[in-house]
Design a protein around this ligand. Structure first.
Ligand code: 4AD
Ligand code: MG
Length: 431
């Protein structure tokens, strides 16, 4: 018997095939048993008529528990009313392992219970759809940069210093060398890469010991960080908007079915087309004031502020030139106003907040040395980074896109925890 996957049923109409998978759901009525099988590529209903198979097998269809692993043989029929558009006229059923009392039943469960059972929860229809979209986002990200001459360069995860401030560092003992830190960002290494290869991007796990318990924060998340030599802040914003348009439009085109499973209203996503509005931090502060927010110039925006700002626009908005004091040490100051950093944050619509943070980098050795001092960072671990300013320094820029924030936004999730297979948060590092 031909063993196939549910996704290729369309090529086997009228033929008898064997499918292997898990029992998603079942019901019975009189002389008929309905079994819905899932195999990771889709869902299909198999119908067993009493006369078509031996008594024992027919009874089996009623007894096996949800999520039992099974093998089904049957004839493929086109059936527009069924899930996936096909149905199997069952002739055989074999149980590989009969699962009893699967903990996640079709009834509602609390979020903590589901997170405790994340290893099983991943099998649910919605979670499968999210993982497929995440996978497609990852591919779109790679395609975008690969097609534009960027080289993927993997930065280290164990590092000797901080990138995004010292308050969110995970520290680990490192043999005779004292401490190592889990990387907060691959950026500094991407800068070395840009000086070697011109255009690079990193794509890997990053870590923040975030004490905040918000729906936008994980302690372990994946970041995509392009870095480009001879690019200024405007070039950086051009790249960011082209990139986001590409990723979102690709998902709309190729993951329509999964977005439907998630009941995602895609009206807002369809508008993600360049050009995106570009406003300065000062203009963003004006927006907050007009909306009666008591906001002091010089502070960073909170999640609520970001929502108010982004609600003024119908697509992602790029906010540039932040007060240097709230931004990282490596950002170049605005030559027109040294109080400002040549930074940009891209805020997603629908209250999803910052998904991209980027900047033009400080390329002058003396300026960078003063920044390191001002931020109370030790100079020694940054000597290699300073070398990039000693040997052929050039203007350069880049940004970081948070994968989970992007997937959450595209999928319309209300918390980042469902956008990654096994979320890590302040109160959770299991399963
Ligand atoms: O704004 P961030 O901190 O920027 C950097 O790390 C720069 N080094 C990037 C660069 O210029 N190469 O982080 C970038 C993005 C954020 O916009 C957000 O999408 C995501 O990373 N991010 C988080 N995602 C989930 N959980 C967290 N705790 C995150 N912190 C940042
Ligand atoms: Mg940021």
């Amino acid at each position: 018997m031909q063993k196939i996957h549910i996704s290729s049923l369309k090529n086997y109409v009228g033929q008898e095939v064997t499918l292997q998978g898990w029992l998603f759901n079942k019901r019975s009525s009189g002389k008929v048993r309905f079994v819905i099988l899932r195999d990771g590529t889709g869902y299909v209903q198999c119908v067993f008529f009493k006369g078509n198979l031996d008594e024992e097998t027919f009874d089996l269809a009623d007894k096996i528990g949800q999520e039992s692993s099974i093998e089904i043989t049957g004839k493929v029929k086109e059936e527009p009313r069924a899930v996936g558009g096909f149905e199997l006229d069952g002739t055989g059923l074999q149980v590989i392992q009969d699962a009893k009392d699967y903990p996640i039943t079709p009834k509602d469960h609390g979020i903590e219970f589901l997170l405790d059972n994340r290893h099983l929860w991943l099998r649910s229809k919605k979670q499968v759809a999210i993982m497929k979209i995440r996978h497609r986002v990852v591919k779109a990200v790679r395609d975008f940069f690969d097609e534009r001459g960027f080289t993927l360069m993997d930065p280290p995860i164990l590092t000797p210093n901080s990138v995004e401030g010292t308050s969110t560092l995970f520290e680990t003992p490192y043999f005779d060398l004292g401490s190592a830190f889990l990387t907060q960002s691959g950026q500094l290494y991407a800068e070395a890469g840009a000086m070697a290869l011109g255009k690079v991007y990193t794509f890997g796990p990053t870590f923040r010991a975030e004490k905040s318990k918000t729906r936008r924060h994980l302690t372990e998340f994946w970041m995509i960080e392009p870095e480009v030599a001879f690019a200024d802040l405007n070039d950086d914003m051009d790249l960011a908007e082209e990139f986001l348009e590409y990723v979102v439009q690709t998902i709309l085109k190729e993951k329509e079915e999964e977005l439907k499973v998630l009941e995602r209203d895609t009206t807002s996503l369809q508008k993600v087309m360049k050009p995106f509005p570009r406003i300065s931090y000062d203009e963003a502060v004006e927006i907050l004031k007009k909306n009666d927010v008591n906001f002091e110039w010089g502070n960073d925006f909170g999640g609520g502020d970001e929502t108010i700002i982004s609600n003024q626009f119908d697509r992602p908005v790029m906010v540039h030139r932040y007060p240097a004091e709230v931004k990282a040490f490596y950002m170049k100051r605005d030559p027109e106003n040294p109080k400002l950093a040549l930074a940009v944050d891209v805020l997603a619509p629908e209250g999803y907040g910052e998904i991209i943070g980027g900047s033009q980098r400080e390329d002058d050795l003396d300026q960078l040395l003063s920044r390191i001092k001002e931020h109370n960072l030790p100079q020694e671990p940054f000597e290699w980074y300073l070398d990039l300013r000693r040997y052929g320094s050039v203007p350069h820029s880049g940004f970081g896109l948070g994968l989970e924030r992007t997937v959450s936004w595209i999928c319309g999730l209300d918390h980042l925890r469902e956008s990654i297979p096994f979320p890590r948060m302040i109160y959770r590092n299991t399963p």
